[in-house]
Design a binder for this molecule. Sequence first.
Ligand SMILES: Cc1cc2nc3c(=O)[nH]c(=O)nc-3n(C[C@H](O)[C@H](O)[C@H](O)COP(=O)(O)OP(=O)(O)OC[C@H]3O[C@@H](n4cnc5c(N)ncnc54)[C@H](O)[C@@H]3O)c2cc1C
Length: 796
Amino acid sequence: MAGAGQTPRGQAKYHVGKSKIFSSQFGCQEHTLISPDEMRALHPLMNIQDDDIYGGIYTAGDGHIDPSSVTNAFANRAKDLGGIIEQQTEVVAMTLLPDKRWEVITRTSKGEEKRTVADFVVNAAGLWCDVVGRMAEVRVPSVVIQHQYCITDPIPAVKEYHDKHGHQLPVLRDLRGSFYIRDERDGILVGPYESAETMQLAPKEWRETGMPMDLGNFLFEGDVERLMPHLERAMEILPGLAEVGMKTVLCGPTMWPADGNHLVGPAPEWDVAPNYWLACAESYGIAHSVGLSSYLAEWITTGEPPYELKEADPARYGVWATKDWVSVKVREAYGLNNHPHFPNENLLAARPVLLETKPLNSGIYELLEAKGCQFGFHNGWESANYFDPSAGGKQNGNAYGSFQRPDYQKHVLEEVKGMASFGGICYWPFSKYHVSGPGAVAFMDRLVPNRLPKVGRCALSYFLTPQAKIGSEVMLARLSEDEFYVVSYPEQELFDWRWLQMQRDSFSSDPQTPLKDVDIKNVTGDFGTLMVSGPESRRILGQMAGDEAAWSNDSFKFYDYKEVTLAGIPCRALRVSFTGELGWELHPASGDLEPLYQALKAFEPRLNDWGGFAMGSFRLEKGFKAFGSDMTRDHHALEAGLSKKFLRMEKDFIGRDALLAGASVEPERRCVHLGVSTPDGLDCVGNEAIFNETTGEVVGFTTSGGFGYLAQRSIAFGYVKSSTLDSGDSLAIEVLGERYPAKVQEGPFKPVLPLASTEPVQSPSATPAVQRSPSAAPAAQSPSMSCSAGGVEGRK
Ligand SMILES: Cc1cc2nc3c(=O)[nH]c(=O)nc-3n(C[C@H](O)[C@H](O)[C@H](O)COP(=O)(O)OP(=O)(O)OC[C@H]3O[C@@H](n4cnc5c(N)ncnc54)[C@H](O)[C@@H]3O)c2cc1C
């Protein structure tokens, strides 16, 4: 049971509660919102004032469990199933064999060594996962931190409750005090999460290299002073606590990744450590053990995760997530453990990621920062959410955190209008790879379900899983006959990298299609991307290039890519657009990003800056589903609505068998584009329940949503039962506890805002070449190239 107080922060917590109730609509653990009176009835020892508390969330099946019993239950079940457990035995080394299995050397406490050949390895070494990671050159971006709880002497009222009811009190969570309280015999255990400032990490040496192997039962010294702010609040809620002494203050080491989730999945370094899996940094290793182990086992045995759980995947952290970085970031996560999390949350600790002393994307970063850029974090890179020149160089972070439409909307509106009426620039840190070599065509052809682009062309494509779920959305640009430039979402960098490596391994070992000689390079850091969009973009780029005809609709068609030179800077240019507006992606060498941006602005100062939130508005209006929310490994290609154009059943590709199996059956649910009639200032954000208004039944859920600034309306995407969609019954979406009508939209939402018309400028006679950064490498080795990403069907 968790309570939420009557403060603005408390209101937000209550909103979290309202949105959480959604999950119970789907048969997940049952949560109910309860009143202060109901809270008192369930937990009679609790002292809460009505003017202090809005209400609480009650989880009927919640409780606690003894960790040792859980561990033994796992061990016994494993033995029942034929598993072998060797106790007092340490893994001391492992070597990758040519057939990509592992030779693992173990040593018993008596010094006996054994060699075992393993098809795959799972590093579940807890506090020692760094040590076991290093044996295979696998990074484990997590650090050891201190975590405390304390137990009181017996409390008479608790004993009385146990004697009277024959069971324990409910576990109580108080977000304001940032702790949980549960019975421990006839006393109380208080488990606080200290603030970011007071919480303590393990000594630096242990954070860097992991816990020493001989400290199996190590405990830090408990520090009750650090817990006092939590204990004082606990005594307010449970006055009986003040009457007894503290029996134990226990402070133990525990391994956390930067965001407090887990590191569960295949190692992202699949190229050097294939068949090496992580089940590490289990911050809530007891509570989540059953779910995570079943998730991992299914992935290992079937080749794909049973559901999307990117928030636990080790591939979310690149090499930039050093131990020092994790040490700073983990404080923030730990301190926010019991705080409400907002949609569009923007947490600022350990940002920007520094390479020595400079931001990872130094150059463009400082340039955008000077323009009031409010950055969003994408896999180590920083790019604009929106621009707020009035912020005086400060990052707003979560200052606008809210479940309502946030206050930064005025800035986004200006960006959207500026780009749609004239033109603008947006820097975006896409992930990028080169796939080349004699086997590249066969490899790519089997990897994606659609036709490969011809040389000089791009194709929007998908990496489907064996079950035909959507693993990634990529833009393929064909640089030459056997060379592809693959561009995907920033967050996908290591996910796609790993997928490419895994599939190359699996194709190579398949006697039907042995694929050799495929070279895969991650070139994410080598190229940067500026999206130049809007009605004037063609004129501006054509004039800058000194050849407007070459940028005409006939010469530079949608999905074309070319190698171009703008202001003396060579770059890959591809005509694609995630906004649905006319536009190009320019991919210069990373060192040329800033000079290219400066040259564009010098040539046409009226180009405005726009960011990711404006991009979101455009794509919502146009009806472009976003990979990562509307399309993930939770969604089958057919229910997500991938058209025949993307699914060429005449060829062999990953996911084809599953598609064939489902081809004759109508998907049970379909992804739909929805207009939602919410009151002004309130939008869907994703994960809201969708109801059939006629029957009152829950028939779906949203996957994303927001405000369409040009259409001036609230828009969402969601999956809805096909039977409901076919029946024509009306839909409603529950947003923060209230239901609002929603209507399926056919085609894009039309702009209703008048767009300013801008006088065209005179074409300058010549475009000066700009000073190029000395670090800039030549943009392209290949004869012709270009690309894009984040694309959708049906764009300009
Ligand atoms: C004070 C405190 C309170 C906590 N409260 C909770 C809670 O309420 N709920 C919750 O879910 N979690 C809680 N946790 C966290 C929880 O204890 C951990 O998440 C959990 O123990 C992690 O389990 P694990 O199996 O991943 O790692 P570990 O428990 O560290 O186990 C790793 C195992 O790997 C073995 N090993 C290591 N290296 C090797 C090697 N080279 N060869 C062979 N074996 C090796 C070790 O001997 C060990 O047995 C708490 C932690 C602390 C400190």
